[in-house]
Write a protein that binds this ligand. Structure first.
Ligand SMILES: [Zn+2]
Length: 71
């Protein structure tokens, strides 16, 4: 049985164990181990694009180095 994986809408990390937002827009309250974005309602005051731009400027740092893949 394959475990469904979900993609981070900010950085494209594709090993999320739960959808960041469900079909009703309810957040998972998880934090992306890659870009560190927390999927909750507070984040609607910053767009995904703005968050990603800041993350890129800061050097694509992994929020959780232990989850790093593909290198
Ligand atoms: Zn991410």
């Amino acid at each position: 049985m394959n475990k469904q994986k979900y993609i981070c809408p900010i950085c494209g990390y594709d090993e999320l164990g739960a959808p960041p937002y469900d079909e009703k827009g309810e957040p998972s309250f998880e934090t992306c181990p890659c870009c560190g974005f927390e999927y909750d309602l507070d984040d609607y005051d910053i767009s995904f694009e703005d968050y990603r731009a800041t993350w890129v400027i800061n050097g694509f740092n992994w929020a959780d180095e232990s989850k790093k893949i593909g290198t």
